[in-house]
Design a protein around this ligand. Structure first.
Ligand SMILES: [Zn+2]
Ligand SMILES: [Zn+2]
Length: 430
């Protein structure tokens, strides 16, 4: 019913980096589409007051682990998309490292069917690069692409063989889809955390930045050799940012992403052995965090992606060495980024919004992440001046593995429109 009447989102600061729009304006929605963004819309319809708020295109998260099929105790497509909705994301990509993994059309079909039946936001599946994510035999990429995969990735592990990676990149060109690379040299990456001052003090086996950088450099070389589109997942080190920056200057078809946790935390977060801070790649140094922020500000880094990685509590309640890698991120990204990057560090909110909307959409070449007239009415309203604390017990996600529980934040997602329907109102799922 709501789709049939016009909606007017009135008087918010509308930031749409895709069109360069940043001003107080009204957004008019008709029949599930954005109809106009103007200083003052004169139309009949339901009015939503957004004064004092920020109105942005529905956010796009290109790196999410939904765990279905296989680990429905940790997350499902239903719970994961609800977490995304709460977080302001209207389009998310499902990583293929499920059980079974998405290396066949039938698993892609299953993810799409579940998303259509139980999902509350748009889900775009990613197919595996190699069969069983074993790094040996290239998956049937044509079959995966035909089933709707928007990219290929063996995320969770690196493709160890440069020769296999070269062939995967060559093959991916036939479908004009990017390869998303989890860059990690398995021989060098042996630890639970970053190799540096803190790991030495704690006496832990650790992983140097070089474990990531050697594979980022390798994959950039292979992207240039093949002319294929490479997207580097979760950059974590200053060296990786510099490799991508230079590759882009040469004109290589390379894009990359960073997670909110690598933009906000450092290795110091591991000083108390918090297993929720054990992530892959690891949290690194202050200098790395600074380089990631600079890379975001100067456009070297295309996207902010959560790498939402739900894990059961019992699996994280153990020694740091034994704990699985990863933290949940969908429900904390916006409050953390606006509080830590925009309010505290003074980073331009337009750069942050671009990295959460039009830039990941253009990496994937999907029609999302903009409020330009005619596009699907996916829209997120953020209150940038509300005092609160992160409460993991209130998460929609089935998992609670976040180190940010209890952290003070000064922003919140209040309302989300998906395809012209209010799915979140006043922070509550409709
Ligand atoms: Zn990864
Ligand atoms: Zn991941």
């Amino acid at each position: 019913v709501e789709r049939l009447t016009a909606l007017i989102v009135k008087g918010g600061r509308v930031i749409d980096p895709a069109t360069g729009f940043d001003a107080v304006a009204d957004v008019l929605v008709r029949r599930g589409k954005i109809s106009a963004v103007e200083p003052s819309v004169d139309a009949e319809g339901t009015v939503i007051d957004a004064s004092g708020k920020i109105v942005v295109p529905g956010l796009v998260d290109m790196h999410v682990h939904l765990r279905e099929p296989g680990r429905e105790d940790e997350e499902t497509i239903a719970s994961g998309t609800r977490a995304a909705l709460r977080g302001g994301f209207t389009t998310i990509c499902a990583m293929p490292n499920t059980d079974p993994c998405a290396d066949t059309a039938s698993v892609i079909d299953l993810v799409e069917a579940r998303a259509a039946a139980d999902g509350v936001v748009n889900v775009l599946p990613i197919g595996a690069i190699t069969k069983g994510r074993q790094g040996k035999e290239i998956a049937e990429m044509g079959e995966l692409a035909a089933a709707g995969a928007v990219a290929f990735s063996d995320d969770g592990t690196s493709v160890a063989s440069a020769e296999v990676m070269r062939r995967a990149l060559e093959y991916s060109k036939m479908f004009d889809l990017p390869i998303i690379s989890h860059c990690e040299d398995a021989d060098l990456a042996r630890g639970a955390m970053h190799e540096g001052f803190v790991s030495t003090r704690l006496g832990l086996v650790a992983t140097p930045s070089a474990a990531e950088e050697v594979v980022v450099a390798r994959d950039v070389c292979l992207a240039e050799l093949t002319g294929a589109r490479l997207h580097v997942a979760h950059l974590s080190s200053a060296g990786s940012v510099e490799i991508v920056r230079r590759a882009k200057k040469r004109g290589a078809k390379v894009t990359c992403e960073v997670t909110p946790h690598h933009l906000i935390l450092t290795e110091d977060a591991l000083a108390g052995y918090d297993t929720n801070c054990k992530v892959n790649p690891p949290l690194r140094t202050e200098a790395d965090r600074e380089a990631l922020r600079e890379g975001l500000a100067d456009g070297t880094i295309d996207a902010i992606a959560t790498d939402h990685a739900p894990h059961a509590s019992h699996e994280k309640e153990c020694e740091l060495i034994d704990a699985p890698f990863g933290m949940v991120g969908l429900e904390t990204a916006v409050p953390l980024l606006l509080t830590e990057l925009v309010s505290r560090a003074g980073i331009d909110p337009v750069a942050v919004v671009a990295a959460l909307t039009t830039r990941p959409a253009s990496v994937l070449r999907v029609p999302a992440g903009t409020l330009s007239p005619g596009s699907s009415a996916d829209l997120t309203v953020i209150d940038p001046s509300v005092e609160g604390t992160i409460d993991t017990s209130a998460f929609e996600s089935r998992s609670r593995n976040s180190p940010f529980h209890g952290r003070a934040v000064s922003a919140a997602v209040t309302d989300v429109l998906v395809g012209g329907v209010w799915m979140l109102r006043g922070g509550e799922i409709q």
